[in-house]
Design a protein around this ligand. Sequence first.
Ligand code: IPE
Ligand code: IPE
Ligand code: MG
Length: 258
Amino acid sequence: MSPLSGMNHASGDPAAPLRPGLHVAIIMDGNGRWATARGMPRALGHREGVAALRRTIEGAAALGVHRLTVFGFSTENWRRPKREVMELMGLLRAYFQSDLKRLERRGVKVRVLGRRTGLESDVLQMIEAAETQTAANDSFHLQVAFNYGGRADIVDAARAFAEAVERGEAKARDLNEALFEAHLSTAPIPAPDLIIRTSGEQRLSNFLLWECAYAELIFQDVYWPDYGPEHLRAAIDDYRSRQRRYGGLVHEDILAAS
Ligand code: IPE
Ligand code: IPE
Ligand code: MG
């Protein structure tokens, strides 16, 4: 995937139409702080976070988003107390139980990114069922990064390529960015155009480390449970006013340089 292929999404002209295929990724952060600020257990923040996800997906397509990747559980989130980890696993189960039919009917293709190791067998079955049942859909792509870490994904891709070399199916000298990228769990979906993080934190916390190379970063000072289409609209408006250059020059600069 050439980094230039998403170029016209954000031309620096806020009035220019968005090109189809906009890919937005969201680090849904701040559930715990949202709950604590209300004197409630963190688990309630996570539960409200699911409602925010539902609202955001509903609003996304209308805003011109065709691909949405959300960070639901990181490879580092296993460090949290066992009870909170179990609650987060339970929420994934509950989400697929309650929403899969609706997603399927609305033409949403669901994929779950990340390592499949360490997950309970019923969670694995639900993930597989969600992917299989929505495999033929194409109108909107929802990717849920769950047990996902950018570094782990890069290591897994490197291992998969090395194993192909060991089997004699690939040659080390043929490795290039496109071939490497094809081994990431995000393939073949193109890299996100913008990555949003909620809650005011300004870091990636191991999200899409390869894919973020030329993503526009937007940090919004709102806890995830309060998020909705109006916040996504604000982020997309900000994105539209940006000019993506991919290390090159934009047309006016080329004219000025010649
Ligand atoms: C995001 O909210 C959800 C997950 C990381 C699973 P947090 O649980 O990180 O909430 P804060 O950041 O502690 O407020
Ligand atoms: C990133 O948030 C992971 C998810 C949103 C799923 P964290 O809350 O785990 O990140 P840190 O610990 O603040 O960096
Ligand atoms: Mg957090």
